[in-house]
Design a protein around this ligand. Structure first.
Ligand code: NDP
Length: 333
């Protein structure tokens, strides 16, 4: 019997495990042209929270009673499609299920195992990595002498955004929600400074760690963190707006104070969605995979075993219990 994870109700405020059910379900049927898949890794992503809401977002909402869908690394276990062979490792937007079918093989991407671990196609060599690159380098435009501040810095995107800005010559400062995360940023990722925003107010952390002001703020968090960054920004600062996770589990919109700084300091605040940049993925992978192999670039994954633990893993990621990219492993590689 197959198993999948469905959304049972829409969360109001913080999502909890009562919004999900682990259910037995039918085995998928592999029709003409289709590809039968065994899931290996499920990606947990903050934007999945937005897809649980009823209203429109940049990705379509999940339906009640239907499986959660995210990027998944899977093994081809049956194929009626000449582009895929049994044993191929692929990624695609697939159900949170032990086994699924890709109709006509659409949306599947073969993974080149020579680039890195297969899980990396959901993390450092996949969309989180490209997100960090586009935000930190293409929009943030770090230069030697700049101070770059990264929020949620020990997360999947944040740890890379900081390392990319550092490679471009910036002085890099991160904030994260535990002392272990701060130690990871300083000792493993080469950040110049980092602070725990749960024990030191953002305002004070930025005053102490960014004495020359902020030239690049990579925003993963929004809310009062963004407000503090606006206060500490230098003239002509760049603010790539990647995410606003502080608001994802809140009801309503608390707004952002201090936006006059955009005008007075001529700040370029640029929102971006990685879907608009997918065509850059192969070039990004070719650039970054050698850094990963040589150890110049550090990347941490946090892998939780068992499909039944996927809802708790997703919620825990949003609550800050992870260092790095959280994946759920549901089958052996
Ligand atoms: P992370 O690995 O960074 O995980 C989320 C982390 O957010 C948590 O671990 C927690 O860490 C932190 N967090 C949660 N609530 C708060 C809060 N109220 N204040 C400060 N930090 C908080 O996730 P990702 O790296 O996958 O994503 C990071 C951001 O990038 C998200 O906002 C996401 O939506 C966005 N994103 C945007 C994309 C785009 O196309 N624009 C693509 C991919 C991601 P801590 O312990 O530090 O609090």
């Amino acid at each position: 019997m197959n198993t999948h994870i469905v959304l049972t109700k829409r969360p109001a405020g913080w999502v909890d495990e009562s919004c999900f059910a682990v259910q037995d379900c039918a085995e998928p049927v592999c029709g003409p042209g289709d590809v039968l898949l065994e899931s290996i890794y499920l990606s947990t992503d903050p934007y999945l929270r937005g897809r649980m809401n009823a209203g429109p977002s940049y990705a379509p909402g999940f339906e009640i009673g239907r499986a959660i869908v995210s990027r998944v690394v899977a093994r081809v276990i049956g194929s009626n499609n000449s582009r895929f062979n049994t044993g191929d490792i692929v990624w695609g937007f697939l159900d949170w299920a032990l086994r699924s079918v890709a109709l006509r093989g659409e949306g599947l991407h073969k993974i080149d195992p020579s680039l890195g671990r297969i899980s990396h196609s959901l993390s450092v060599l996949g969309m989180p990595g490209l997100t960090a690159w586009v935000g930190a380098i293409e929009i943030g435009k770090p230069a030697p002498g700049d101070t770059a501040y990264i929020s949620s810095a020990a997360g999947a995107v944040g740890q890379l955004a900081g390392q990319f800005a550092k490679r471009a010559g910036a002085r890099v400062v991160g904030s994260a929600g535990s002392d272990d995360k701060v130690a990871f940023l300083l000792d493993r990722c080469g950040f110049d400074a980092a602070f725990n925003y749960k024990t030191l107010a953002i305002e004070q952390g930025l005053r102490e760690q960014c004495p020359q002001g902020i030239d690049l703020y990579f925003d993963n968090v929004g809310g009062t963190t963004l407000e503090a960054a606006l206060r500490h920004a230098n003239v002509a600062a760049r603010f790539p707006v990647c995410g606003m996770i502080s608001a994802y589990n809140e009801v309503g919109d608390a707004g952002i104070k201090g936006l006059q700084a955009l005008l007075s300091k001529r700040i370029a605040m640029t929102g971006f969605i990685i879907y608009d940049h997918v065509h850059k993925l192969a070039a990004y992978q070719a650039r970054v995979a050698p850094w990963l192999r040589s150890g110049e670039l550090v990347f941490q994954e946090d892998i939780v075993p068992g499909i039944e633990r996927a809802p708790a893993a997703l919620i825990g990621m949003m609550k800050g219990e992870t260092i790095g990219k959280r994946l759920v492993q549901v089958a052996a590689e």
